[in-house]
Design a protein around this ligand. Sequence first.
Ligand code: CP
Length: 330
Amino acid sequence: MNHFLSTAELSRDDLGSLLRSAAQYKAGRRQTGELAGRSVALVFLNPSLRTRASMQIAVYELGGNPVLIEPGATSWSIEYRENVVMDSDKTEHLAEFVRVLSRYVSAIGVRTFAEMKNWELERTDPVLSAFARYATVPVINLESAMHHPCQSLADMLTIRERYGEERKRVLLTWAWHPKALPMAVPNSFALAAAQCGHDLVIAHPDGYGLDPELMHAIGTHAELNGGSVEVVNDPEKGFEGADVVYAKSWAPPPFYGRPDAVHSAEQRDKWIVNADKMALTANGVFLHCLPVRRNVIATDEVLDSPNSLIIDEAENRLHVQKAILASLVK
Ligand code: CP
């Protein structure tokens, strides 16, 4: 089964092909109707604005019918674990949920965030994996515990729109946030940047490193594609000469299973993206996946500057998802 769970299995050519297709959808040069007479299930276990709206619209504009399902709200709550006695709060097992949906639809999109309870388990993306295991139609990851590949494709398209296919110095910088957030977005951004052959700098406080296995894959992709990877623990150094600044907060593994854990208050001012830091870049552009907490992750001045591409980036979710859907169901 041809699923879209992360970009890890895609070659640089595959990525390039999806990005070209997305650009064509954006330019309006592609025929619609790829999903005519078909339905796509969109399963949301967590809140969303961009992913939900852009997927519904993508399916609609390709001629298909989006079927929105919210387990635990507008459909039954779901269990994913194998061999459990279901005498608690979960009503339906994915074994039935996914196989039944597979009889109705041509693809299943699923959003399932990390619960941030058990790092060793959640780093394996257990819920998304269960969807993929039971589905007999393609599964599209709409953000899981470890990956957000639709977002990272939109990020890469936004960078290409500004710079073409040139190798660029791309900074992924951690930012303070009042809540502990999962790693899906930084994971997928770093991976895709390496796959596109950029010179990637990852800046985060000491102890906030991404998953070591993923970092190994990122290094391998960077080497294979003519780019590089550097990790710095200094909140300013990575900005020097950067063409792209991508800000995102995340919590490292020791935060998992500790619901009261918070980032230290002194990190807040140190790691915010402000005009002084952006002035160190090579007139770099600013990206964020949104939603963004203004004047916490980045200042109003940065978010509203001409170099901020956050709205283009959000728009590009629609175009890349059309490309993904069309490639999976063709
Ligand atoms: N970037 C993103 O996935 O936004 P939503 O959470 O609103 O879908």
